[in-house]
Design a protein around this ligand. Structure first.
Ligand code: NCD
Ligand code: ZN
Length: 436
């Protein structure tokens, strides 16, 4: 279908919701309004009042290509994204080999181009040595800096190296802010244990706070643009509030919003993740940060590991949880429970990510934008079933949760790529362009 109309929708932007038809032509939104359906002989889909959201932009996924495709590949990762209303993903560099120079970026581009069913962009990964090499990596979403070690071997825990990177005004630096020395200190204190709860003690809030403090200090000194990944504690948010300006953006994840340390009893190592799941007080602080605008976006840190890998004993289990498929239904359910508005969901998952990263043509249902669209049914109540999880990892911490509000159709570049509950298109996505 090159041309079609979505009839009788409720179009959602970060500013409001209005009844409208959406005319799609050649992969773009051609018109939005009550007159959009005025043209005869165009195929249409009657949405009967369902909500029309700009496709979600998940600025933090690990789709594992190259080198870890047993955990995820771009077909399974894309399908999970599509079923979750996500039409664009920005992929992290901690692959094997890591994406740390022009050559590894080129190789990744080739592999992903042949498989992706959603739109995509790539981060470059910072290492102590690749300051020059990163300059040759064209068209990246940003530069990821791991200040604390996590899955993979990317780490920059040397202040001098960090300062060198921060003097670069061209890029956005996406920071995994946990202090490596702080983690080591707490590891020594904690000693050996097989209890998954220990993960939250080894990487306590103060390790995140220390790193965030350093980042904000350096960002101010150099005027660097920084994006704080997966902020998870009250202390980080309070610090951000003091230093926030247009150069600083804050991301939180669904797992930090919807899980807390009391859930270790049920999930154990399944919820081992960096930064760790926090106490209820921190979880509450994240929701406050959403309300008062300190939080700019929600992204998943979709980090799939296979079930058998997550079933080992604590020290051997890799950190990371999948999330790209469940983010939107969790948030729609939260809208139904009045924790936030649907407009706010669009702001946090589409409008702000597009604006902050300068992703061309995305983030709103408006004439001239790309036709990346999630149609959602706010009244649909369903369980998260394993059988309908599309990530190759095959599990989710949210399995069995009954959620009200689900994506029913997902369009990417004007192509119907997902239809509730198991129908997928085959047309490839495109690499996004950044406006900077
Ligand atoms: C991520 C992974 O598995 O790639 N794991 C995680 O716990 N978040 C790595 C990361 O980004 O920290
Ligand atoms: Zn991550």
């Amino acid at each position: 279908m090159k041309e079609f109309v979505l009839l009788n929708g409720n179009v959602v932007s970060s500013k409001g919701i209005h009844k409208a038809d959406v005319l799609v032509m050649n992969g773009k939104i051609a018109a939005v309004g009550t007159g959009a359906a005025g043209r005869k002989n165009i195929p249409f889909i009657d949405l009967k009042g369902r909500h029309v959201l700009p496709g979600l932009i998940d600025v933090h996924v690990h789709f594992r290509t190259p080198g870890m495709t047993k955990k995820e590949d771009w077909v399974t990762g894309s399908k999970a994204a599509l079923a979750g209303g996500v039409t664009t993903v920005l992929d992290m560099p901690n692959t094997r080999p890591p994406t740390v120079n022009a050559h590894s970026l080129q190789e990744k581009r080739k592999l992903v181009k042949a498989k992706a069913l959603v739109n995509y962009g790539f981060y470059a990964g910072a290492t102590p040595q690749n300051f020059q090499a990163i300059k040759k990596m064209k068209g990246v979403a940003g530069v990821k800096i791991y200040m604390g070690s996590s899955t993979g071997n990317l780490l920059v825990d040397d202040r001098k190296v960090l300062e060198k990177f921060f003097s670069d005004k061209k890029h956005i630096f996406a920071i995994h802010a946990e202090s490596e020395s702080c983690i080591h200190e707490h590891m020594k204190k904690a000693g050996l244990s097989n209890d998954p709860v220990i993960h939250s003690a080894i990487r306590p809030p103060e390790c995140a706070y220390e790193a965030v403090k350093e980042v904000l200090h350096l960002a101010k000194k150099y005027g660097t643009r920084v994006h704080l990944c997966h902020v998870s504690t009250q202390k980080e948010l309070d610090t951000v509030r003091k230093f926030k300006n247009e150069n600083v953006s804050v991301e939180v994840t669904p797992h930090h919003l919807f899980l807390s340390s009391k859930d270790y009893a049920e999930y154990g190592n399944l919820m081992k993740v960096n930064p760790p799941i926090r106490e209820i007080a921190d979880q509450t602080a994240l929701w406050e940060g959403i309300k008062d605008g300190t939080v700019d976006m929600i992204a998943t840190d979709h980090a799939p590991h296979l079930l058998f890998e997550k079933e080992g004993s604590y020290p051997t289990v890799p950190s990371g949880v999948p999330g790209v498929q469940t983010m939107l239904p969790l948030l729609l359910n939260a809208v139904n429970e009045r924790h936030l508005s649907l407009e706010k969901v669009v702001e946090l998952t589409s409008a702000n990510p597009a604006q902050r990263f300068g992703i061309k043509g995305k983030g709103a249902i408006e004439a001239g934008m790309d036709a990346d669209i999630a149609v959602v049914d706010m009244g649909l109540r369903e369980k998260v079933y394993r059988q309908y999880l599309w990530s190759k990892c095959g599990w989710s911490p949210f399995e069995g949760w009954v959620l009200k509000g689900w994506p029913e159709m997902t369009f990417v570049n004007g192509n119907l790529m997902y239809e509730w509950r198991a129908r997928f298109g085959t047309i490839k996505g495109r690499e996004v362009q950044f406006d900077r």
